[in-house]
Structures are given as C-alpha cells and as structure tokens.
Design a protein around this ligand. Structure first.
Ligand code: ATP
Length: 522
C-alpha cells in the first residue's frame, strides 16, 4: 500500500517536470534554437543541432565565458586542441580503465537507469521530505545534520542511505548498490516495479579507427573531456606563452560520451561542448585556489541576473581518484537541482600520469623557490549545452498581460540575445522599407539585426519577444518627416520616440557584453 502511494506521488511529480521541460523543447524547435539531429530519419538519440537563433545564443555564451576567462585574466591563455588524441592519453588519464557508469535495467519496462543517480535522487528526495517534516515541527533548518536526523524520520533515513552509498561507491561495490536500491524500495518511474537486473559497468568512451586499411588502423577514442588536451600541451603552452605559475589554460570544444541515460533534452547529450579551464598552481596552495575559483565562478553565474535561490554549491561526498576537493555549481533546472559546472582540485594526478606514460618530464621550474615540481591543478568545467538549457529555463516566460492576453517572452540578458535589434517598417510601402533598410545598415555594426515587413506590427513584436530580441525599431510615416523612430523595449513593452542618430548608441550600450563582464569580475 505504501509503495502504491509513493508511486502515485512519483508519477505526478515527474509529469509536472516533464511538462515544463517539454515547453522548452517545443519552443526551441518552433523558434529555430534547437532541432533533434537527423530529424527526417526519426532523430538520433541524445544528439541535437542548433538552429539559426540557437547558434547565435550559443556563440554569445561562449563569448561571455571566453572573455571573462581569457581577456579578463592576463594569466590565462587559450588553446584549441584536436578531438583525436594519442590513445595512450586515455590509459594515462584513467579513462580506459575507469570511465564507466553503473547501469541497471528495470526488467518490466526495459528502461535503463544509472544506479548511482537512482540512489542520489533518493537521498535528495528523503532529505527534502525530511526538511518539510522539520518545518512543520518548527525546527531550524540550519541545525546540524545529526540534529535534523534526530527530529525527522525521513532525514535519518536519508543520512543512513547516504553513508551506505558513499561506502559502496568508495569500494566500487555495485552489488551493494543493487541491495540499497531494493532496501530503499526504489521503483521504476515507468513500470512502477522493483524488478531490477544486476548493476553492470559500462564504459562511456566512443571508439573509432584512424587509417585507411582496417587491419593497420589505430584504435582511437573521441575525447570524453577536453581537459586532457590541455594537460598534454602543458609545457608547449607554458613555454611559448611565457607563463609563470599560477596560470591557466582555457579551452572550448566538443566532447563525446556514450551516456546510458540520455533523455533530458540537451542536459545529457552524447555529443556536447565543454568550456574548461585548468589552473596550474604551486603544490600546497591548491585548496586556497579552489576556494577562489569557486567564488569567481559563482559570481560569473550570478552576473546573469539569476536569483541566489536557483544556484547552489554541492559538495562531492565521493571524490574521483584524481581529486582532493570537488564541488558542483548546481542550477534549479525544470528537472530539479542538477550539476551545471564542476570545480575540481585535480592534484598533480594528470601531469604525473602523462609523465609516467610518455616518459617526458612535465614539470615547472619555479625561479622564486629555485625548485622543479609538477604543478597542482584546479579545474573549472562547465557544459555549454547545459548552460544553454539553464538560460532557456531561466528566461523563457509566459506572461499574462493586463488585457488578459498571454505573451511568450524570452528575457535574455541583451548581451546574449541572438538578435540585438529588429527593424520593422510599419507598412510595406511609401518608402518605409527603404528607410528601414538604411537604419538596418547602420545597426549591423552594433550586432545581429533582423528585418521584417510582413504581418501586423503587434504580431511581429511577439515573434521578436519569443526569440529574445531586446529592442525593436519601428519606422513609420513620421520617420520620413522628422527622422524619428519608435524604440520598443522587449521586457517592459514601453515605446519611446527617438532620433535615428541616437539608435545605434542607445542599443549599442544596452547590448554590450562588457555590461556582463563588469558584473562578473567586479
Ligand atoms: P554528470 O554527473 O551530470 O554526468 P559529470 O560530473 O560527469 O556530469 P564532468 O565530467 O565534471 O561531468 O563534466 C563537466 C561538465 O560537462 C558538467 O558539469 C556538465 O555541465 C557537462 N557535461 C558532462 N556530461 C555531459 C553530457 N552528457 N551532456 C551535456 N553536458 C555534459
């Protein structure tokens, strides 16, 4: 009976989540942001194509990241390493032996899950339920975990499960994962049953071959992260750019993972992009730098105008074999709080391993200390596509206007908007289109523009709202008389009459990327 209640709750909860993610998916398709890959062949699972407005938004996100990392830090330089790397790279990095996820199947629905994710979600749900119990009893949520556990049955269960799960994860004891899934009555969201297979390990790297003759071809892997391209180039970059520790190397590029569970739109894809920065520091100073980078990255996220409630740090209970500290920045996606960016203190693991496998020294001579050492590394790693989804989740709004009408508006920070300004002649005659194009030609130097003369003006405004265009310029008959136009603001829908000579300056100031950068590094 209890299980039945739990299942009903679960399915309603998921329905609500899917509904709002579904709205984003539909909007992205209808308005040219994201299309399923190879749609005419019924799609390729967890692979997506960015459309005309998607690619613009994505490029602006990249620009915001790149400028804040590289342009704003004189001790960080860029790199664009190849996707193919020598296969030994993946032996050295540990990916060949241990880049795998524990998978489990539900025998009734045939749906596949990551066993670790099922357990982590259960812990979060129990904690959330526990906190509701505490709030009802009037107990402080700021009390210690032990105190909370004493006062709430669900909270105590969450902590028990967390301890057991951490122990099992540390020992890579997957038999225990299954026992815990059964013990804590975790059911499949589709069939509702607890009829599970054993947990198996599944390597996430995509293999391929390089070379014309099959028998002679070299087995390669599509990189599962961009970081290794930075590590193998550590000395090339340090020497050629004359960098002194502490310094960083930043890179944006594609990564590939044969994800087991990939059904949350662009949150988890098989081909995706990462924006990573590896910061090389003196051994012993890494935890101080870890703190600095955590703060710097959170500021970058908040500069976009997000509320503090939608972002939080999540401390890793189980550290990867190479890390001595790790935290995620999580965002409240429509599917719940999930990892958006990882900040990891990777010790000297990667450089040391590459030294071992390549037989080449990857050390730095610190003139101040008169000493050679393998630097320690702090990594900040964010998924570009996840960042895209975060922006969409945050900015896509359905507003009810005073008239009772609803409007869909994507209130993107103007610096990220795909189209900065649309120029719209009120009618398709009387010389208005010609005048509008004259204005457009000036505005092209401010950013991407859009011209449209079809449909009623209100309808054209709505289309621009839906793709996030912050400003529209309307050219009417008065324009021909006094050189003024109407500037219409997306967010407030306010309209103001201004002189044509003012348009480029006003719009240019508002859409300037520096507005974001100043907040991000203030
Ligand atoms: P997760 O736990 O969600 O699988 P991860 O911890 O494996 O993520 P990292 O290896 O730390 O992720 O990668 C850094 C960032 O790359 C993540 O924070 C995420 O934003 C992004 N990322 C990782 N895997 C994917 C994916 N399959 N699709 C889209 N973005 C991804």
């Amino acid at each position: 009976m209890l299980l039945c209640n739990g299942d009903i709750f679960l399915s309603l909860f998921i329905m609500a989540e899917i509904e709002s993610l579904q709205k984003i998916v539909s909007h992205c398709k209808e308005y040219g942001f994201i299309f399923p890959s190879s749609e005419i062949y019924d799609n390729l699972g967890a692979v997506y194509d960015y459309g005309p407005f998607g690619v613009e938004l994505k490029n602006h996100i990249k620009e915001y990241w790149w400028k804040s990392m590289v342009q704003m830090h004189e001790n960080i330089v860029g790199l664009d390493a190849a996707i193919f790397m020598h296969p030994t790279t993946w032996k050295a990095s540990g990916h060949l032996d241990s880049f795998s996820d524990p998978l489990i199947d539900n025998k009734d629905s045939k749906k596949r899950y990551r066993a670790d994710v099922l357990l982590e979600e259960k812990i979060d749900k129990l904690k959330e339920k526990g906190e509701k119990e505490l709030t009802k009893k009037g107990i402080e949520l700021s009390s210690s975990e032990e105190e909370k556990a004493k006062a709430s049955r669900d909270y105590a269960k969450a902590l028990q499960l967390e301890t057991a799960y951490t122990k099992a994860a540390e020992a890579s004891d997957f038999k225990r994962y299954k026992e815990l899934i059964e013990e804590y009555e975790i059911a499949c969201e589709v069939s509702g049953s607890r009829n599970w297979t054993d947990v198996r390990q599944f390597n996430l790297m995509f293999g391929t071959k390089m070379g014309a003759v099959d028998e002679m071809a070299t087995e390669l892997y599509l990189r599962p992260e961009t970081a290794q391209g930075i590590f193998v180039n550590f000395l090339n970059v340090q020497k050629s750019a004359r960098m002194k520790i502490p310094f960083g190397i930043a890179q944006i590029g594609k990564a590939f993972r044969n994800e087991i569970v990939a059904r949350q739109f662009i949150f988890r894809m098989r081909e995706f992009e990462q924006m990573e920065m590896q910061f090389f520091v003196r051994p012993g100073s890494e935890l101080e730098w870890f703190k600095t980078w955590k703060e710097t990255r959170m500021k970058w996220h908040l500069a976009l105008g997000s509320s503090q409630d939608s972002l939080r740090f999540h401390v890793h209970e189980k550290l990867a074999h190479y890390a001595n500290a790790a935290e995620d920045i999580q965002f409240k996606f429509p599917i719940g709080f999930k990892e958006l960016e990882g900040i990891h203190s990777r010790t000297d693991f990667d450089l040391t391993e590459h030294q071992k496998f390549s037989g080449k020294k990857l050390q730095y001579f610190d003139a101040e200390l008169n000493q050679n050492y393998v630097p320690y590394v702090i990594e900040t790693s964010i998924g570009l596509d996840r960042m895209f989804l975060r922006i969409m989740s945050e900015c896509l709004k359905e507003e009810t206007l005073e008239s009772g009408e609803t409007r869909i508006v994507l209130n993107l920070p103007p610096a990220l908007a795909p189209i900065k300004v649309a120029v719209l002649p009120l009618v398709k005659k009387d010389g208005l289109p010609e005048k509008a194009r004259e204005i457009l030609n000036v505005l092209k130097f401010v950013g991407r523009t859009f011209y449209e003369e079809k449909d009623a003006i209100g309808k054209r405004y709505r289309r621009m709202d839906a793709i996030g265009t912050p400003y529209c310029i309307t050219v009417d008959h008065q324009t021909l008389e006094d050189n003024t136009v109407t500037l219409r603001v997306r967010d407030t829908m306010e309209q103001e009459r201004i002189n044509i000579s003012e348009v480029a300056r006003i719009v240019g100031e508002k859409v300037d990327m520096n507005n974001l950068l100043r907040k991000a590094i203030a």
